[in-house]
Design a protein around this ligand. Structure first.
Ligand code: LER
Ligand code: MN
Length: 294
Protein backbone atom coordinates (compact mmCIF):
# COMPACT_ATOMS: atom_id res chain seq x y z
CA UNK A 1 0.00 0.00 0.00
CA UNK A 2 1.27 3.51 -0.84
CA UNK A 3 0.31 6.87 0.62
CA UNK A 4 -0.74 9.95 -1.35
CA UNK A 5 -2.10 13.31 -0.34
CA UNK A 6 -4.36 15.83 -2.10
CA UNK A 7 -3.33 19.46 -2.57
CA UNK A 8 -6.67 21.28 -3.04
CA UNK A 9 -7.05 21.92 0.71
CA UNK A 10 -4.48 24.74 0.83
CA UNK A 11 -3.60 27.34 -1.83
CA UNK A 12 0.19 27.33 -2.05
CA UNK A 13 2.85 26.70 -4.69
CA UNK A 14 3.10 23.11 -5.89
CA UNK A 15 6.80 23.21 -4.99
CA UNK A 16 6.09 23.97 -1.32
CA UNK A 17 3.49 21.18 -1.21
CA UNK A 18 5.91 18.67 -2.77
CA UNK A 19 8.80 19.68 -0.51
CA UNK A 20 6.63 19.26 2.59
CA UNK A 21 5.11 15.88 1.66
CA UNK A 22 8.39 14.42 0.40
CA UNK A 23 10.14 15.41 3.64
CA UNK A 24 7.35 13.73 5.63
CA UNK A 25 7.61 10.44 3.70
CA UNK A 26 4.70 10.62 1.23
CA UNK A 27 5.34 8.93 -2.12
CA UNK A 28 2.37 10.15 -4.20
CA UNK A 29 0.29 13.23 -4.93
CA UNK A 30 -3.39 13.21 -5.95
CA UNK A 31 -3.14 16.52 -7.76
CA UNK A 32 -6.08 18.94 -7.66
CA UNK A 33 -8.21 18.89 -10.80
CA UNK A 34 -7.04 22.24 -12.12
CA UNK A 35 -5.52 21.46 -15.54
CA UNK A 36 -5.90 25.12 -16.47
CA UNK A 37 -3.39 26.06 -13.74
CA UNK A 38 -0.68 23.52 -14.49
CA UNK A 39 1.95 23.05 -17.20
CA UNK A 40 2.36 19.27 -17.16
CA UNK A 41 6.03 19.33 -18.17
CA UNK A 42 6.85 21.72 -15.30
CA UNK A 43 4.77 19.62 -12.88
CA UNK A 44 6.57 16.46 -14.01
CA UNK A 45 9.91 18.14 -13.33
CA UNK A 46 8.82 19.21 -9.84
CA UNK A 47 7.47 15.73 -9.06
CA UNK A 48 10.74 14.11 -10.10
CA UNK A 49 12.83 16.71 -8.22
CA UNK A 50 10.90 15.87 -5.02
CA UNK A 51 10.72 12.13 -5.62
CA UNK A 52 6.92 12.16 -5.68
CA UNK A 53 4.73 10.29 -8.18
CA UNK A 54 1.36 11.44 -9.46
CA UNK A 55 -1.32 9.00 -8.21
CA UNK A 56 -4.08 10.77 -10.11
CA UNK A 57 -6.40 13.70 -9.75
CA UNK A 58 -9.72 14.65 -8.19
CA UNK A 59 -12.40 16.68 -9.97
CA UNK A 60 -12.89 20.14 -8.46
CA UNK A 61 -16.57 20.55 -9.28
CA UNK A 62 -16.81 24.28 -8.63
CA UNK A 63 -18.63 27.16 -10.37
CA UNK A 64 -20.62 25.81 -13.35
CA UNK A 65 -18.99 22.36 -13.55
CA UNK A 66 -21.94 19.96 -13.49
CA UNK A 67 -22.58 16.84 -15.58
CA UNK A 68 -26.23 17.03 -14.47
CA UNK A 69 -26.91 20.59 -15.65
CA UNK A 70 -30.13 21.01 -17.63
CA UNK A 71 -28.21 23.17 -20.12
CA UNK A 72 -26.60 20.76 -22.65
CA UNK A 73 -23.78 23.22 -23.39
CA UNK A 74 -22.96 23.41 -19.68
CA UNK A 75 -22.90 19.60 -19.53
CA UNK A 76 -20.61 19.56 -22.57
CA UNK A 77 -18.20 22.09 -20.98
CA UNK A 78 -18.22 20.05 -17.78
CA UNK A 79 -17.24 16.85 -19.63
CA UNK A 80 -14.54 18.79 -21.48
CA UNK A 81 -13.16 19.92 -18.10
CA UNK A 82 -12.92 16.31 -16.89
CA UNK A 83 -11.33 15.27 -20.21
CA UNK A 84 -8.70 18.02 -19.74
CA UNK A 85 -8.12 16.71 -16.22
CA UNK A 86 -7.76 13.15 -17.55
CA UNK A 87 -5.24 14.34 -20.16
CA UNK A 88 -3.24 16.00 -17.36
CA UNK A 89 -3.27 12.73 -15.36
CA UNK A 90 -2.07 10.83 -18.45
CA UNK A 91 0.68 13.42 -19.05
CA UNK A 92 1.83 13.12 -15.41
CA UNK A 93 1.89 9.32 -15.43
CA UNK A 94 -1.01 9.14 -12.97
CA UNK A 95 -3.50 6.28 -12.70
CA UNK A 96 -6.87 7.37 -11.27
CA UNK A 97 -9.50 10.06 -11.54
CA UNK A 98 -11.68 10.62 -8.46
CA UNK A 99 -14.85 11.66 -10.23
CA UNK A 100 -17.63 13.67 -8.54
CA UNK A 101 -20.32 14.15 -11.26
CA UNK A 102 -22.15 17.22 -9.93
CA UNK A 103 -21.21 20.66 -8.59
CA UNK A 104 -20.01 20.58 -4.98
CA UNK A 105 -22.32 22.65 -2.83
CA UNK A 106 -25.28 22.26 -5.21
CA UNK A 107 -27.99 20.42 -3.28
CA UNK A 108 -31.03 21.25 -5.43
CA UNK A 109 -31.62 19.08 -8.54
CA UNK A 110 -31.85 20.65 -12.00
CA UNK A 111 -34.12 18.08 -13.62
CA UNK A 112 -35.98 14.79 -13.23
CA UNK A 113 -34.05 11.89 -11.63
CA UNK A 114 -34.17 9.76 -14.78
CA UNK A 115 -32.86 12.68 -16.90
CA UNK A 116 -30.00 13.34 -14.50
CA UNK A 117 -29.09 9.66 -14.37
CA UNK A 118 -28.99 9.50 -18.17
CA UNK A 119 -26.82 12.63 -18.36
CA UNK A 120 -24.47 11.26 -15.70
CA UNK A 121 -24.02 7.94 -17.52
CA UNK A 122 -23.57 9.76 -20.85
CA UNK A 123 -21.01 12.21 -19.47
CA UNK A 124 -18.95 9.69 -17.51
CA UNK A 125 -18.99 7.35 -20.55
CA UNK A 126 -17.36 10.08 -22.63
CA UNK A 127 -14.50 10.31 -20.13
CA UNK A 128 -14.42 6.51 -19.82
CA UNK A 129 -13.66 6.24 -23.55
CA UNK A 130 -10.55 8.38 -22.96
CA UNK A 131 -9.46 6.60 -19.78
CA UNK A 132 -9.85 3.16 -21.39
CA UNK A 133 -7.70 4.28 -24.32
CA UNK A 134 -5.03 5.78 -22.03
CA UNK A 135 -4.68 3.23 -19.25
CA UNK A 136 -6.40 5.35 -16.60
CA UNK A 137 -9.21 4.40 -14.22
CA UNK A 138 -12.25 6.39 -13.15
CA UNK A 139 -13.39 6.16 -9.52
CA UNK A 140 -16.91 7.51 -9.07
CA UNK A 141 -16.84 9.19 -5.65
CA UNK A 142 -19.83 9.33 -3.29
CA UNK A 143 -19.76 12.49 -1.14
CA UNK A 144 -22.10 13.57 1.66
CA UNK A 145 -25.54 15.16 1.24
CA UNK A 146 -24.33 18.60 2.28
CA UNK A 147 -22.01 18.70 -0.74
CA UNK A 148 -24.26 17.00 -3.31
CA UNK A 149 -27.73 15.45 -3.69
CA UNK A 150 -26.64 12.94 -6.33
CA UNK A 151 -24.09 10.23 -5.43
CA UNK A 152 -23.87 10.00 -1.63
CA UNK A 153 -23.40 6.27 -1.03
CA UNK A 154 -21.20 3.46 -2.33
CA UNK A 155 -24.19 1.54 -3.71
CA UNK A 156 -25.13 4.54 -5.90
CA UNK A 157 -21.55 4.95 -7.12
CA UNK A 158 -21.46 1.22 -7.89
CA UNK A 159 -24.68 1.46 -9.92
CA UNK A 160 -23.27 4.36 -11.95
CA UNK A 161 -19.91 2.61 -12.45
CA UNK A 162 -21.71 -0.55 -13.65
CA UNK A 163 -23.81 1.52 -16.06
CA UNK A 164 -20.65 3.12 -17.50
CA UNK A 165 -18.54 0.02 -18.10
CA UNK A 166 -16.69 -3.03 -16.76
CA UNK A 167 -13.52 -1.09 -15.85
CA UNK A 168 -15.23 1.92 -14.28
CA UNK A 169 -14.49 1.94 -10.57
CA UNK A 170 -15.47 3.60 -7.31
CA UNK A 171 -13.49 5.90 -5.01
CA UNK A 172 -14.58 5.69 -1.37
CA UNK A 173 -13.87 8.37 1.22
CA UNK A 174 -13.95 7.62 4.97
CA UNK A 175 -15.24 11.07 5.93
CA UNK A 176 -18.25 10.85 3.61
CA UNK A 177 -18.93 7.17 4.37
CA UNK A 178 -19.06 7.95 8.09
CA UNK A 179 -21.93 10.39 7.38
CA UNK A 180 -23.87 8.50 4.71
CA UNK A 181 -23.30 4.73 5.06
CA UNK A 182 -25.27 2.40 7.35
CA UNK A 183 -22.09 0.34 7.66
CA UNK A 184 -18.94 1.64 5.96
CA UNK A 185 -17.24 -1.74 6.29
CA UNK A 186 -20.07 -3.44 4.44
CA UNK A 187 -19.83 -0.73 1.76
CA UNK A 188 -16.11 -1.39 1.31
CA UNK A 189 -16.87 -5.12 0.91
CA UNK A 190 -19.79 -4.39 -1.49
CA UNK A 191 -17.62 -2.18 -3.73
CA UNK A 192 -14.93 -4.87 -3.56
CA UNK A 193 -12.83 -5.21 -6.71
CA UNK A 194 -14.27 -1.99 -8.16
CA UNK A 195 -12.52 0.01 -5.41
CA UNK A 196 -9.85 1.96 -7.30
CA UNK A 197 -9.06 4.74 -4.81
CA UNK A 198 -9.55 5.39 -1.09
CA UNK A 199 -9.64 8.88 0.39
CA UNK A 200 -8.86 9.13 4.09
CA UNK A 201 -9.73 11.68 6.76
CA UNK A 202 -11.25 11.23 10.20
CA UNK A 203 -14.94 11.67 11.04
CA UNK A 204 -14.37 15.38 11.74
CA UNK A 205 -12.40 15.70 8.49
CA UNK A 206 -9.25 16.33 10.46
CA UNK A 207 -6.20 14.11 9.91
CA UNK A 208 -6.73 10.34 10.29
CA UNK A 209 -6.25 9.59 13.99
CA UNK A 210 -7.65 12.94 15.18
CA UNK A 211 -11.25 11.69 15.38
CA UNK A 212 -13.15 8.55 16.31
CA UNK A 213 -12.89 6.34 13.19
CA UNK A 214 -11.66 2.78 13.72
CA UNK A 215 -8.56 2.73 11.51
CA UNK A 216 -7.57 -0.82 12.45
CA UNK A 217 -10.98 -2.06 11.23
CA UNK A 218 -10.91 0.14 8.11
CA UNK A 219 -7.48 -1.16 7.12
CA UNK A 220 -8.41 -4.77 7.94
CA UNK A 221 -11.49 -4.46 5.71
CA UNK A 222 -9.39 -3.08 2.85
CA UNK A 223 -7.13 -6.10 3.29
CA UNK A 224 -10.18 -8.39 3.19
CA UNK A 225 -11.04 -7.16 -0.33
CA UNK A 226 -7.37 -7.20 -1.40
CA UNK A 227 -7.26 -3.43 -1.88
CA UNK A 228 -3.52 -2.70 -1.92
CA UNK A 229 -3.28 0.45 -4.02
CA UNK A 230 -3.10 3.89 -2.40
CA UNK A 231 -4.47 5.64 0.70
CA UNK A 232 -5.05 9.21 -0.42
CA UNK A 233 -5.07 11.70 2.45
CA UNK A 234 -7.76 14.33 2.14
CA UNK A 235 -8.34 16.10 5.45
CA UNK A 236 -10.28 19.36 5.20
CA UNK A 237 -10.35 20.95 8.67
CA UNK A 238 -13.62 22.49 9.91
CA UNK A 239 -13.59 26.22 10.58
CA UNK A 240 -13.43 27.08 14.29
CA UNK A 241 -13.64 30.86 14.82
CA UNK A 242 -14.40 30.63 18.53
CA UNK A 243 -12.20 30.89 21.64
CA UNK A 244 -12.93 27.15 22.05
CA UNK A 245 -10.68 26.39 19.06
CA UNK A 246 -7.97 23.97 20.30
CA UNK A 247 -5.77 25.25 17.44
CA UNK A 248 -5.92 29.04 17.92
CA UNK A 249 -3.54 29.85 15.04
CA UNK A 250 -5.17 27.60 12.46
CA UNK A 251 -7.09 30.10 10.32
CA UNK A 252 -5.01 32.02 7.76
CA UNK A 253 -6.48 35.54 7.87
CA UNK A 254 -4.32 36.71 4.95
CA UNK A 255 -4.00 33.79 2.54
CA UNK A 256 -1.78 34.35 -0.50
CA UNK A 257 -2.77 33.17 -3.99
CA UNK A 258 -6.21 31.97 -2.93
CA UNK A 259 -8.76 32.77 -5.65
CA UNK A 260 -12.37 33.62 -4.69
CA UNK A 261 -13.41 30.35 -6.36
CA UNK A 262 -10.91 28.33 -4.31
CA UNK A 263 -12.05 30.04 -1.10
CA UNK A 264 -15.70 29.30 -1.95
CA UNK A 265 -14.77 25.65 -2.69
CA UNK A 266 -13.15 25.41 0.75
CA UNK A 267 -16.17 27.09 2.36
CA UNK A 268 -18.48 24.69 0.51
CA UNK A 269 -16.58 22.00 2.40
CA UNK A 270 -17.12 23.73 5.74
CA UNK A 271 -13.49 24.83 5.78
CA UNK A 272 -11.39 27.89 4.94
CA UNK A 273 -7.81 29.05 4.38
CA UNK A 274 -5.54 27.56 7.04
CA UNK A 275 -2.03 28.48 8.20
CA UNK A 276 1.05 26.65 6.99
CA UNK A 277 1.94 25.38 10.49
CA UNK A 278 -1.54 23.97 11.05
CA UNK A 279 -1.60 22.37 7.59
CA UNK A 280 1.85 20.84 8.13
CA UNK A 281 0.69 19.41 11.48
CA UNK A 282 -2.28 17.74 9.76
CA UNK A 283 -0.07 16.41 6.95
CA UNK A 284 2.40 14.97 9.50
CA UNK A 285 -0.34 13.53 11.75
CA UNK A 286 -1.91 11.74 8.77
CA UNK A 287 1.17 9.79 7.74
CA UNK A 288 2.05 9.03 11.38
CA UNK A 289 -1.38 7.42 11.80
CA UNK A 290 -1.33 5.46 8.53
CA UNK A 291 2.32 4.42 8.25
CA UNK A 292 1.94 1.27 10.41
CA UNK A 293 -0.65 -0.02 7.90
CA UNK A 294 1.33 0.62 4.71
C1 LER B 1 -13.45 14.92 -3.15
O1 LER B 1 -12.54 13.84 -3.03
C2 LER B 1 -14.25 15.00 -1.91
O2 LER B 1 -14.03 14.24 -0.98
C3 LER B 1 -15.37 15.95 -1.82
O3 LER B 1 -15.36 16.60 -0.59
C4 LER B 1 -15.51 16.90 -2.97
O4 LER B 1 -14.49 17.79 -2.99
MN1 MN C 1 -12.72 12.54 -1.24
Amino acid sequence: MQIAIHNWMRAETLESTLQRISALGYTHLEIQGAPESYDSSQVKELLEKNNIKCWGSVTLMLEERNLLAKDPDQRKRSVEYVLDLAQMVADLGGKVISFVPATVGKIIPDARPEEEWEWAVEGVKEVYEFTEANGLTIGIEPINRFETYFINRGAQALALAEAVGPNCGVCLDTFHMNIEEVDMFETIRQVGSRLVNFHVADNNRMAPGMGKLNWEKIMATLKEIDYDKVLSVEFCPPIDRTPANPYPNSIDEAPEGLSPEQLKFLQDHGSTAVTEDFYTMLTKRSIEQLKPFL
